[in-house]
Structures are given as structure tokens and as C-alpha cells.
Design a protein around this ligand. Sequence first.
Ligand SMILES: Cc1cc2nc3c(=O)[nH]c(=O)nc-3n(C[C@H](O)[C@H](O)[C@H](O)COP(=O)(O)OP(=O)(O)OC[C@H]3O[C@@H](n4cnc5c(N)ncnc54)[C@H](O)[C@@H]3O)c2cc1C
Length: 474
Amino acid sequence: MPALSPTRPLTEKLLLGATRLALLTAPLTERAFPERLEIDDNHSLWTSQTPDYRPGPPLRESITADLAIIGGGFTGVSTAYHFSRRYPEKRVVLLEAKTLANGASGRNGGMMLNWVSGVTDHSPEMTRRIYEITRAGIQMIRELIERHNLQVSYRCDGTLTVYTDARRAEAAHAEVEYHQSIGIPERFLDSAALRATLALEGVHGAVLDPDTGQINGAQLVRGLRPVLIEQGVAIFEQTPVLKIREGATIVLTTPEGEVRAKAVVLATNGYTGKLGYFHDALFPLHSHVFATAPLTPEQQAALGWRRFAAFSDDLDRIAYSSLTSEGHIVFGGGSNQSYAYLFRNRTAYPGSPASAEKSFRRVEATMHGYLPGSTQVPITHRWTGTLGITLNRTPLMGVRGDHRNMFYAIGYCGHGVTLANIAGQVLTDLYSGDDERWRGLPFYQQGYVPIPPEPFRWLGYQAFTRLTGKSPRV
Ligand SMILES: Cc1cc2nc3c(=O)[nH]c(=O)nc-3n(C[C@H](O)[C@H](O)[C@H](O)COP(=O)(O)OP(=O)(O)OC[C@H]3O[C@@H](n4cnc5c(N)ncnc54)[C@H](O)[C@@H]3O)c2cc1C
């Protein structure tokens, strides 16, 4: 999903002001220790394409580690991968509450994008730097797949940001020209060019980012399990961390075991608040997604989707969609009902996809609006996933704690497919002190805009979405 526009509407500014005021006046009531762990099962198309995957055994003893990673999504697995290659002699443990890729990494819209959300420094240097870092991230993912011969379905034939308003399309065109002038290979497609490639109803133009694409994240994360084990990483699935005691040695308590580690990585993104960390930095936003039955190339062309891996739109209730190599259309967002924040940072969406019928119908209606021929296309999968959203949409990567041994990489908003895979390099470099290439980046070792505690947070979300008719753009 594209970066947030730097100009915020007045309503959002007012809400930000009100929530900051609430933060100053409200008592801090949030608990520092995890409540009941709430992680629902993953019903996505992506995990259905890893049918033979079985979770590994839980931790049932007390062990020690040089580095313990909490969370088995892109962040956790990429950290385990890069760290264990850099330090083959160190003991690395990865603890995952359920199965690898059960979280957002196995539930997303599949778009592998450039850019970092929330960046407000638009100088040529920073713009180019951010683009190059994310472009190298996508390249790194592709090399990883090739190097280890992973069975991962992906394509890199470009993604679009589409504009539903003529003036916004014009502004986007001007921005593309600026980007081209500083060496960024984006292209602007006017409505005629778009009609011939990806014919979307009500769209005035689009920005094409050529080397970006679409990927099955569950296949990537799960495919890396044997590689990590080969590199000496001990992986324990079905092992939720229930408690963290910080110190020079950090003690992680799990239901049947314990890890004593010299350093820990919080790779829990939208679930991090439940561990007692960053609950004032992140709020878990649920997004609804569905996938269609696979379409033949002829059916795709008849719908108007002839080229490109994915698109997202320019609306506050952002809609996003990708087309897999097997021909499934994956579609998410697009209405207020299709985004939800649940009271007290709840990370599991209640009920089943069937019980969220109304929300899914709204998402489906959005797809039918863009691709009118899609009304007859059968839907085969519906799921929800938890995004980790920061108030200014910028991710957070760094290290904290009295002993500088609690590492974290969280809050990617809608850009985590690329960024959370880069996170493993960032944290490994930070650990080693060889972090020149990340210094000065807006997501690296920076502070964050605090989000007020409950009930102000929930009330703020409700007031904002109901009064403005918008969802926070992710
Ligand atoms: C619906 C949806 C659509 C999205 N679409 C896109 C997109 O198209 N493009 C894009 O770039 N980004 C997208 N994103 C964002 C992207 O998927 C995430 O930013 C990224 O996957 C985060 O990876 P992660 O490893 O940090 O977190 P996760 O994948 O969420 O992994 C965290 C893991 O931690 C585990 N965990 C939690 N608590 C504990 C505990 N106490 N103990 C042990 N384990 C624990 C969880 O089970 C989970 O497996 C989307 C996200 C969602 C939800």
C-alpha cells in the first residue's frame, strides 16, 4: 500500500491533537504483562498453498541462547536467517506462538512494494535512498528464493497505484516526473494506457513501479524452515512467550519451558502490545481479504487484467489487490467495514470469516466496482489479518532496554512484505555495530508518536472513522 500523503486532512489533525491531549491527561492503565494470548487461525489462500506443512514441536525444557527471536513471520525468519549466517557459532532460537506464517506474513495482500510508509523527508537524497533500500530488499528476496530453491510463487512484473480522481492523478504524474529526474524508474500510465493493460472502472491514471510484484508469504516463510534448521536455528512452534524478564540475561517464559537469552528480538508486529511492549506505539488494525478461484489467462483478459502483479488505490479506505501466478485475484480493504480496531488491542478477529459476512460483502463490492466483470467469479478464501499501525505510519526498528539487548522491528503498516524481510539484515547489522547503511533512515532507531491508552484509543478510532467516513490509511 502506498505511503501516506504528507498532507493530513483537518479532521485527522484534530483527532491527532485530541488523542495527544488525552494521553497527557489519562492514567496509564495498560498492563505490562501479557493477557490471554489472542491469535486466531489463518484461513488465507497463502497457507492453503502449503498443504503439507506441519508445525514443529513446542519447547518443553529450559534452554539458553545467544539470540531468542519471538515471532515466526517475515521479521523473525529473516532475522534468524541473516543472523545465523553472520554468526554460525551463536545459538539462535525462534519461538512462534502457533505456526510459522500464522500472522500477517501469511495473511497479507501479497504486494511486494517499494517505499516506506509515513516518510516525510522528500529530499532527493532520502527519496532515492528509501527507494534503493526497498528495491534491494525485493532483489534480496528473489535471490533467497533462487539460492535455496524455495517453492515460492511470486512475480515481479510491476505494481500500480491507481488514482480515482483526475487532480490526484495529475499530481501523481508530476511526482513521477520528479522521481524520474532523480533516477527512480517509475512511469505514469494515463487512462488509455491503463485500459489496455489493467482496465479498472473509475480510474484516471496510475503510477507503475516496474520491478515490484506479488508473492506468497506463507510459502516463503515456511519454505525457509529447513534452511534455518540447516543453519543451526532451533525453531519451536506452538510456543507462545507468556512473560519476558529483562536483564543482562533475558528470561522468556513459555507454557512448558524457558529460554535464557543474551539478546531477544521482538518480531511480533501487531501482537507486540500483548507482550507488554510498544502498546503506546502500535495499534492492531484488522483488514479483510478474500481470494477468487484461479482464472485462466483468457478469463483474466476478459476481466481487463492483462498485465501487472497488483494495484492499490488512492482512497483513505485503501483497496489493494494482487493477481497470483496461478490466476487468483486477492483483494482487500476498500470500505470502513473492511478495517477494524477492536477494544483493548485485541489481535484476534472474533468469529469466523462467515460471521464477518457484511465486511466481506463490502470488500467484494469494491472489487466489482473496479472490475465489473468479476461479479460471477467465485470466491474461494476469506480471511482477516492484523496489521501493526503506528500513528505516523513509520515502522520502528532498533534496540532498547537497560542492557541494550531487546531488539525490535515492528509497525510496517501496509509495507511489511518488503520491509519485514529487510528487518533481518537491519537487526543483524545493528547487533554487530556494522549499521552504516541504515543510519539516518526514518525507521531506524527513531522515536514514535504515542497513541493514547484505552478507552481513548478505541473512542478515537470510532470517532474518526464514523465522523469522517474514512479508515486510517495503512
Ligand atoms: C490483511 C493484511 C494485508 C496486508 N497487505 C500487505 C501488502 O499487500 N503488502 C505489504 O507490503 N504488506 C502488507 N501487509 C503487512 C505485512 O503483511 C506485515 O507488515 C508483515 O507480514 C509483518 O511481518 P512480521 O513478521 O513482523 O509479523 P507477523 O507476520 O504478524 O508475525 C508475528 C508472529 O508473531 C507471533 N507471535 C505473536 N505473539 C507471540 C508470542 N507471545 N509468542 C510467540 N509468538 C508470537 C504470531 O503468531 C506471528 O506469527 C498486510 C497485512 C495484513 C494483515
